[in-house]
Design a protein around this ligand. Sequence first.
Ligand code: ZN
Length: 418
Amino acid sequence: MIDDFKNIPSKVNLEQFDISSFAKDKIRDLFRTGKVPTAEVMVDEILLRAVKSEATDIHFEPTDAELRIRYGSEGVLKKLVSLPREISENLANVLKTKGALNAFEKKKPQDGRFSLNVGLHQFDIRISTIPVMFGERIALRILEKNARVTSLDELGFTPENLIKVRNLLHRPNGLFIVTGPSGSGKTTTTYAAVNDIQGMEKNIFTVENPVEYKLDFASQVSASSDKSFTYVDALRAILRQNPNIIMLGEIREAETGVVAAEAALTGNLVLSTILSDSAIGAIFRLISIGVPPYWLASTLIGIVYQQLVRKICTSCKEEYQPTKADESSFVSMLAGEAKFYHGKGCEKCDNSGYYGRTAIQEVLVLNDQMRDLIYQHASIMKIKDAARASGFESAFQDGINKVKAGVTTISEFYRALG
Ligand SMILES: [Zn+2]
């Protein structure tokens, strides 16, 4: 828990309303007789607890029997409480009002944001709704404002990969992509990369929707969610201001990809992210959304793929003999050469055996041969062969190494890499 939050007391004992632990009738009576806090107070309590437990997201899921509320923390969902479903709509209304959404619109998805202050900390909360069978499912994403930008050294790169990344970042121009599934820390890595190369002599811009971290060395442009001021508009305007480094939130469609490539071709280092399942997969993802291969062939310099895994808690880490089926298949893959570790659970890690996260990565540095293959629309296999010949090490291998080193567990390896 963040120390500053320890002294902020809870105002509501949410547990007494948990219908999976207590008699439903008794709780429903509490609601019927009005002996319950208002929906506003309940929401505030849920937000406070989420922030206190360093959750990254909160999910409100109405089912036919209950309103299930879960937190996402370190990539895993944990149940907070199951409230009677009768309260579901009231909580939804409070949340939608906070996010300036249309409270009467219940049949279409909506998204918005609001600010939250807890102690001296400020949070930016993104809200999204989606109609489901028994009401509206609401997800909140929690981002701390003014959070410190992480250093590249703290992101779990192996020394070899870190050198590759830094070499790429010191190129004067080109397109540098960070890829991975959603929630894999792509934005954090991109910020760390820009932060690593900042300097007075450089003209740095970021284009995002919305801005996630404030950087004092960059001009940060917030593109809008509607079509009134797009990534492409922002990029074209930035190109008139003689930039050196441009960080672009995400490439989702062809035009943004092409303008980003254009910027990279005209003497800028452009960093961006895209969703995909591997470094080489990102090349094909860019092509499939409509970025022509010749643009990529002439501008792509490198791709980082990453996926987050939980780290073994160092306070309760112990060596053990893997027994479960998936674990023993991992052991046989390594032919019995390694020792294996897990956390047996302690107070520090809330008995989960894990504390903190790190990334499993692969870093692809494009060479002339790979660029040529992209230009020729070559198959994934051919590009993979060229990558391997250039010394590329896959995330799979990085994951194995991190299990062997006792950084993470076999089950986290499988959770992240399948
Ligand atoms: Zn522990």
